[in-house]
Design a protein around this ligand. Structure first.
Ligand SMILES: [Zn+2]
Length: 373
């Protein structure tokens, strides 16, 4: 495993109480023991270029926003692409965070010029990729959730929707045409594709550029963007300050407790681009700290919020949650390794692996999640 020079020198620089032994998820999640990732040639080139350019001054250490003095435990030292990524879990509140992590400017450069090459395994042209995402069942499920929450919270029949981080508009395209829809993104190619092929109102920019639209919105969507923010609390606070009373803010992040329902692959959830990794409880903490009222919440993880609540700055102490998350991740990892072994058996391997994964996922859903609440 290749690693940049900063990793060992930064290993114990997170402050009092940090646990410094090997990764809680096992040696296969350590820099020395991680198996080589399966990357396309484009991904390998992008990863290697990042490693060559990596400098200690690109990094900063981050304390958990809960302010707990309980310390952290190291979960993993390496991400899905073989980059150093120290995911720590706060032993006070259960929030998982990258620390040390890139400074804001390094992340900006990364998203500008390296992110797509590293993260997009698809060899399809961007237009085909956008069509693929639009047709994905997960997109249909997300759209159903948005419509359901709009009805449940008595949003009018023709709401004004603003999506930040809209890509080519694959979510907006499936919402009712009677809804007024505008999306913001910084990928100009995706914006052009969405405008041309879906006829959507897509604008270049992010939260700062969307403030005027936020002020007249009935519903704002942040789908798989909050986990990338360096300071998610400040961003949510800003959005909350600009939203009209009664408007909904819908947030979706890759919830840690949904891994058994998706691909079982814990490693795929570990990304240098994910500054924080949430479950329902820690997503709720984030929203409440930003002065948002959380109306509903699940482990997908999705939160439906409104503005106007008193910001809850006091840290929440959950002694059992960090241990529960670690047990869950170990369980999923063991399951995934069994699945891949079965998959590799010639002949019946694929069918056996598929059936076993269904059984395992159902068993985890019935037992571990509910009993660990
Ligand atoms: Zn914490």
């Amino acid at each position: 495993m290749t690693s940049p020079g900063w990793s060992s020198s930064c290993a114990v620089s997170d402050g009092a109480g940090t646990t410094t032994q090997g990764p809680a998820l096992g040696s296969a999640f350590g820099l020395a023991g991680a198996p080589p990732p399966s990357l396309t040639p484009t991904q390998s080139s992008a990863r290697d270029a990042i490693l060559r350019g990596d400098r200690p001054e690109h990094y900063e250490t981050i304390a958990c926003p809960c302010g707990s003095a309980a310390g952290d435990q190291l979960l993993a030292e390496v991400d899905r692409h073989g980059l150093s990524a120290r995911n720590m879990i706060c032993l006070g509140c259960g929030l998982i965070r990258l620390t040390p992590r890139w400074r804001e400017q390094r992340y900006r450069d990364f998203y500008q010029s390296e992110y797509r090459a590293l993260y997009n395994r698809s060899v399809l042209p961007k237009r085909s990729y956008a069509e693929e995402v639009a047709a994905n069942p997960a997109t249909a499920d997300r759209v159903s959730w948005i419509e359901r929450e709009a009805r449940r919270n008595r949003i009018g029949p023709s709401p004004r929707v603003v999506e930040i981080g809209a890509g080519a508009g694959w979510n907006l395209a499936h919402l009712p045409s009677a809804w007024s829809r505008v999306g913001y993104d910084v990928d100009k190619e995706f914006l052009d594709i969405g405008r041309a092929s879906l006829g959507l109102d897509l604008q270049y920019g992010f939260v700062d550029e969307a403030l005027a639209d936020l002020a007249t919105a009935d519903l704002v969507l942040l789908s798989h963007v909050v986990e990338h923010f360096s300071d998610p609390g400040a961003v949510l606070e800003k959005i909350g300050e600009h939203l009209p009373p009664g408007a909904l803010l819908l947030i979706e992040v890759p919830g840690v407790f949904r891994i058994h329902r998706t691909n079982l692959d814990v490693r795929s959830y570990l990304q240098n681009a994910h500054t924080f990794t949430y479950c329902a409880a820690t997503l709720q903490d984030l929203c409440r700290r930003a002065g948002l009222e959380v109306l509903s919440l699940d482990e997908t993880a999705r939160a439906v919020c409104r503005t106007g609540a008193q910001a809850q700055r006091n840290g929440v102490v959950r002694k059992e949650l960090p241990e529960r998350i670690i047990r869950y991740l170990r369980l999923c990892d063991r399951g995934y390794r069994r699945y891949t072994r079965l998959y590799g058996i010639p002949g019946i391997g694929r069918a056996a692996a598929f059936l076993w994964r269904r059984y395992f996922s159902a068993a985890v859903g019935r037992t571990s999640i509910s009993s660990l609440r």
